[in-house]
Design a binder for this molecule. Sequence first.
Ligand code: NAD
Length: 487
Amino acid sequence: MTTHSSNSYSVDPHTAHQFYINGRWTSPAIPATLPVVNPATEAVVAQVARGTAEDVDRAVAAARGALAGWSATPAETRAQVLGKIHELILERKEQLAQALSLEMGTAIGFARAMQVPLAAEHVRVARDLLSSYRFQTVEGGTAIEREAIGVCGLITPWNWPLYQITAKVAPAIAAGCTVVLKPSELSPLSALLFAQLVHDAGLPPGVFNLVNGSGAEVGATMAAHADIDMISITGSNRAGALVAQAAAPTVKRVTQELGGKSPNVLLPDADFAKAVPLGVMSAFRNVGQSCSAPTRMIVPRSRLAEVEALAAATANALIVGDPQSEDTQLGPIANEAQFHRVQAMIQAGLDEGAKLLCGGPGRAAGFDKGFYTRPTVFSDVDNAMRIAQEEIFGPVLCIIAYETVDEAVAIANDTVYGLGAHVQGQDLDVARAVASRIRAGQVHLNHPAWNPMAPFGGYKRSGNGREYGVQGFEEYLETKAIIGFGE
Ligand code: NAD
């Protein structure tokens, strides 16, 4: 097992080289490993087992074997185990935060304040839902029953590794499903700790299984697997589409949480002194590696100069540094491939003639290694430019000017994505009306607090299905009508 007795995170070669299948740490069918790189140092810090189709088969068989028993447990029993998982996440929060910092370079303060506590929230929400959710309702002599969809394959990305795992695992097991999890091969360490934690919480063998490995091998095998009833993937549009294609012949349910290019509309009556800095901070949260990051700031042309000054001052004041330092706000980009993608997009912005307000290409000052990126703000961005249309997934903000509110809405909607959106304005009725016109799954008015009950997911190419809260939970349920049931 991975160590969890102290606050430090150390990789136990035993579990890192194994999978968690049927309640036990199990060696892979074919011994092979994948390196895990600390993006702050570029050093290989661990090797994790690399799975194959045979490992997926074993995990799916374990999940299938456990399904009848687990789906028949009373909701209170499932709530109790979720309660224990929640307790253990909070108890082991420092160790989880350290693992996240090591595997993806997240600033330790951010891991402690956001990545871990928000991950715990998904578990608490799933536990609490079970006390009020009605799995059967009867109306007009017909019963509508909601029951577990079955064995679920869960595929998660590297940017919020633990948070994405609990957003899927917690509602799935609350619904009575059994699961096979494939975490991102780029950030798999917190997932190993999570598997041990689930074991220690007393979840029956086979309900939760973990197989590490690549998307092309383990992920694709899961998507096509005849004995998996549903796949939920969070990741790029490329991977989401490949999963849907591979899943089609077995007609399984596929939910996809994919990319975004979220707008942030500052209405003419917004409080600019507040809204601009908050907008920059939201766009650059988690080093801009959030699917719903508001990376297109859409502002009245008459206020452009003021917005530019405020945005540049905010970005320039950000502390980019060693993720282990308490002061650091932005650590490195989480992996090398992503670092190069972000660099290429910054160059594309310059090539397309956007006005660079701060940041730019190259490593952040003071670093000769590590994937540290300069927080970059472009203005005079035309919404047709690549930097305004393609997801960058790094600390790069586009400022786009509008003349009328109608034009602002049109720019906000001129994207293939529809995940998040923000609207800032002091007249709430006007802000609400603009929110109604935006084609996105979640619209935030004036930077509200995060709400774990608010359904999250995408319109258009940002995905299908929802996560979080009741709607996220219901994705893991099938619906059965029993007609002639009686009153
Ligand atoms: P990615 O698509 O490279 O990988 C995501 C997961 O899919 C990984 O576990 C990967 O191994 C797996 N995968 C890759 N190819 C696969 C295939 N052919 N079959 C099955 N599985 C496959 O994405 P990433 O780089 O890890 O994450 C960043 C992306 O995720 C961004 O586009 C971001 O917007 C998106 N994202 C979306 C949400 C959301 O909720 N909408 C949240 C976080 C991240």
